[in-house]
Design a protein around this ligand. Sequence first.
Ligand SMILES: Nc1ncnc2c1ncn2[C@@H]1O[C@H](COP(=O)(O)OP(=O)(O)OP(=O)(O)O)[C@@H](O)[C@H]1O
Ligand SMILES: [Mg+2]
Length: 874
Amino acid sequence: MAWAPEARTAAPGPGGSDLEVLRALESGPRGLVEAEADERLARHGENTFPGRRPASWPRRFARSLRDPFTAVLVGLGLVSAVLAAWGTACVIAVLVTVSCVLRATGEHRADRSAAALRELLAATATVRRRATDASPPTAREVPVDQLVPGDLVLLAPGDLVPADLRLLRATGLTVHEAALTGESAPVRKSAETPPGPDGGGSGFDRPHLCFQGSSVVSGTASGVVVATGRDTVLSGALSAEHGLRGRGRRTATPFDRSVNGIAWTLIRFMLLTAPLVLIADALLHGRGLETMPFAVAVAVGLTPEMLPVIVTTALARGAALLARDGEVIVRRLPALHDLGAVDVLCVDKTGTLTEDRPVLAVSEDADGRPDPAVLHWAAVNALWTLHLAELPAPDALDEAVLDTAAADFGTDPGEEYEGVDALPCGPGRRLSTAVVRRPGDPRFALASTHTLVVKGAPEDVLDRCALDAAERERLAGRARALADGGLRVLAVARAERPARSRPYAPGDEHDLTFTGFVGLSDAPAPSAAEAVERLARRGVTVKVLTGDHPGTAARVCRELGLDPGEVVTADRIDTLDDTALARLATDTTVFARCAPEHKARIVRALREGGHTTGFLGDGVNDLAALRAADVGVCPRDGVDVAREAADVVLASKDLTALERAIVTGRRSSANIASYLRITLSSNFGNVIAMLVAGLVLPFLPMLPAQVLVQNLFFDAAQLALAFDKPGAGAGERPAVLRPRALLRFVTGFGLLNAAADLATFGVLALAVRSLGGHGGQEAFHAGWFTENLLTQGMVMLLLRSGRRAAEGRAAGPVLPAVTGLAVVGLLLPLSPVGAALSMTGLPPVYYGLLALVLALYGAGLAVARARADRQPAA
Ligand SMILES: Nc1ncnc2c1ncn2[C@@H]1O[C@H](COP(=O)(O)OP(=O)(O)OP(=O)(O)O)[C@@H](O)[C@H]1O
Ligand SMILES: [Mg+2]
């Protein structure tokens, strides 16, 4: 990294005690007063996240210039200019400009329609502020853009670090700084200032600083804001043209593989054709460089230069429709295509399929007798882990335990103790420990004891209890029984230890005394069952990857109408290599007790196994899987980092919105596929015809300008395909564009097209003979121009996605576009423009013959389409 973060984190110096730091920022341990915060906001400006700034128009334009087809066109334009073929060069310049403008507008429209919703999803930060000088500090959520230097911020797992912070306190804090440094492993941070003049290091490795753009993996902390907005290190990095790296994908997405893959095949094909035309002509007719403009025109005609425009328009339109309905936000346009291709969707259970509003149902002792004391101890654990770990908000399980205990016991249980230390749970850690002591006579303080209160996943807690094997198995069986009933089960255990001043660590969690179980019920989300059913109908297999108990997971699945089959737990996954896991993952519906890495590994295995895999999850433990998936989806109330990592955000609570988004994705893909099929078969046919014609004709089958004008009209008409409404069939199955099947399709239909061209060619040869001389050539060109546009129109009508040839009736914008194409094809050669392009009309009898050729072609096309529909789709 070339830029040095310390250069930007100006005041205060990273060293110094907490109070010095706070004083330098004119803040204090109790936080800023609201009025002061407002005043600072006016002074420093909003704390906008630099990554969010929309691209400027020139930048958008430049970006669309970078795409391969545009580059090829520009190259061909330059060749024409060098050859002084100014007409050709001008037409190419028009093509390039039009396609760039269309594309930039499409992107702009999609951005704008999503912007309002994005606002809705704007991240917040937890700050400690005071209403007035005299009032006590309270923690409250403020939109991230309202943060000011001097604000006290609380961090919890899943938070995005909202500004550059100097840590004041931190418990087990690790942060992910990949967006800044590219380092993928979490980095440990602590509040202590390391010795040394610059605070122990010069870059991101300084442990007491957290930077905007990183995110909290585990632990909690409080810190004071030292820089916001333009002054943050990240902002400096971005303005120095370093992009954000966090969301960069390591492997090709389905979109890259299909659409871009096809694009590159075409470019290679096209780069071969132009020289081929040249060589053929040189060999046969001894013509030299003068055929170059023609070769260039053929190459331009072959380039599906509208592909980027059609792709962007089709996707942007889909995304805009989804955004308009307020349901789904597509954060990365190609993700909509990928969503349409998803055939396996992995879903996290808690908070996604269930509401994550657990309600206490059971509190029982080791013998299965109801016992309120278990709940009491669970509440002591919850209260003190919350307090000591400074979690800004309790997790749902803790909240449920605390609420029920407060209601049952009348007071907040746990307040009779003093907290000593806490080891909260986190990703991969399924239990939490609070260490408490009874406040008493200080004279006996040394003789007093510490009580470790542990609660967590039964397997993990029982492992740490002093129990014989039989008893442990009996208790595990009881936990299973509770879980099979659909409850979320937590085991509670305790240990008395002599008081000590040394901090506690997970290594101290052993030889515990088992206290009992608490069981909580968590209702399925209201729309979950319907969503699961609809996805199945759309050919998407749903799998559940959860950190919870296998029994609970299986029961929830059954309630949602999903057959859980044999539930696999994560310890089994650890014994498998990737290939074995890929096989297992395909056949398994529920994976339980997954740590975050397990979820990601399963997703990767499914992708390796050839599935286009989506992941829907809302928590910190889902982050790795969201990143590993082809498409990451996050519900609206997911944690900040999950939303940031997701490609698609569900804006409403309704999970069935996902099914609608998938169908929209498939429709957009179907339109893109239509375009590819139509343009490629048509172009391929034309090239063959041009080559053959070039071989046998003593003159050029079409003049360069004619090829280009024809191409321009075809391009314009094809834009309609981006707005087409494909038949119902298009939404039914995952939409994957298979390059091989596409090539087969294109070859078949291209040959058919070439046959029609050659038949036309025969008819026109007759005309030339009868007309003779120069007039013959002009009539030939006119005839071929007309036939070309008419066949292209027919191809557009008959080769669209999702419509069988039988229902070839057109709806939406395609029919008007085709009509326009036909009118131009018939009338332009007869008009003054036609004359300018050196075309003249044919004698009427030849139009009759052309009509015959077209009728035969149309019939052939319809029959071939019906046959192709019976084969696997391209
Ligand atoms: N606050 C807590 N106190 C004690 N144990 C907890 C707490 N939160 C979670 N656990 C334990 O850790 C397990 C795993 O939690 P994790 O957050 O990974 O997944 P989950 O919320 O159960 O499910 P999902 O992966 O579907 O969201 C829980 O099933 C529970 O046994
Ligand atoms: Mg969850």
